[in-house]
Design a protein around this ligand. Structure first.
Ligand code: SF4
Ligand code: SF4
Length: 266
């Protein structure tokens, strides 16, 4: 996670990413899957069910940039995790939603299963009002986090977060992870599944984010026996390729074969 600490100066000032920036446009794309994995299958985070969001959103942002550049002579720059910029901060400033105690951007009445993309432009656009909502008295995600990674003040301890550990961590996982990983083989959605705002989540209509039958039929045994060829065929355009086959099988070796008890409907 060292990348998060790099380029802090750039992160704080979009002008340094695109000189002359006058406006920050933030887009959100729903990824809540229309079909879910069987509960007894090794679980992937919902965002990884379909095609890699970097590819999908960037294409849409390029179309938006072309439209903006037709409105008036200007420069644009599209960012989808490709430049150091505070996406959630700008999303809140743009009125899209608020940052929850689970660190996700929450769109009121829509939930948090959304990818964000940012477009910088030198064109001056009329701004929207920032979103001023908050979590209020709710603490559901802090209670639901299986590894105690949420501190309650909006911070996430990446060293304890199953999403970071199963995706970003290289080498062996700490011993304690096996007691909390449940059947999560790639990522973790617990702090979103329990969020009351996600009761309103609607299946995405972006077909690129829909899971394939092949993906939904993955079992413990199939992942355990998966070859590099099959991994590449299934995941070469998926966020799952980040963990590589070895990482996926490392995670699999400590997941429990049955779903964790309790939990939330979404
Ligand atoms: S992704 Fe999972 S482990 Fe990480 S903070 Fe959320 S609930 Fe906790
Ligand atoms: S579960 Fe509650 S505290 Fe956590 S992000 Fe959602 S509204 Fe906020």
């Amino acid at each position: 996670m060292e990348w998060a600490a790099r380029h802090c100066d750039l992160r704080d000032d979009p002008e340094r990413l695109l000189p002359g920036t006058k406006s920050v446009v933030v887009v959100a794309m729903n990824y809540y899957p229309p079909r879910l994995q069987p509960a007894d299958a090794p679980q992937f985070a919902y965002y990884a069910y379909g095609r890699d969001y970097h590819e999908v959103i960037k294409q849409r942002l390029w179309q938006l940039a072309a439209s903006i550049e037709q409105m008036a002579p200007c420069q644009t720059r599209c960012c989808v995790d490709s430049a150091p910029i505070r996406e959630r901060y700008w999303a809140q400033q743009a009125g899209l939603g608020f940052i929850g105690l689970n660190n996700a951007l929450i769109l009121p009445k829509r939930g948090s299963y959304y990818f964000l993309g940012v477009l910088l432009t030198t064109l001056e656009l009329e701004p929207d009002m920032p979103c001023t909502l908050s979590c209020g008295e709710c603490r559901a995600c802090i209670d639901a986090c299986p590894s105690g990674a949420l501190s309650g003040d909006g911070a996430v301890d990446a060293r304890r977060c199953l999403s970071c550990l199963t995706i970003e961590h290289h080498g062996e996982l700490p011993d304690w992870v096996s007691s909390v990983i449940g059947n999560r083989v790639f990522g973790c959605d617990e702090c979103q599944k329990c969020c009351p705002h996600n009761i309103h989540a609607q299946p995405t209509q972006v077909t690129e984010f829909h899971p394939s039958d092949d993906f939904l039929s993955l079992t413990h045994d199939r992942i355990a026996q998966m070859t590099q060829e099959e991994f590449s065929r299934l995941f070469s355009h998926s966020a799952v390729r980040r963990t590589k086959l070895a990482g996926l099988q490392r995670n699999l070796s400590i997941v429990s074969p049955s779903p964790p008890k309790g939990g939330c409907p979404k």
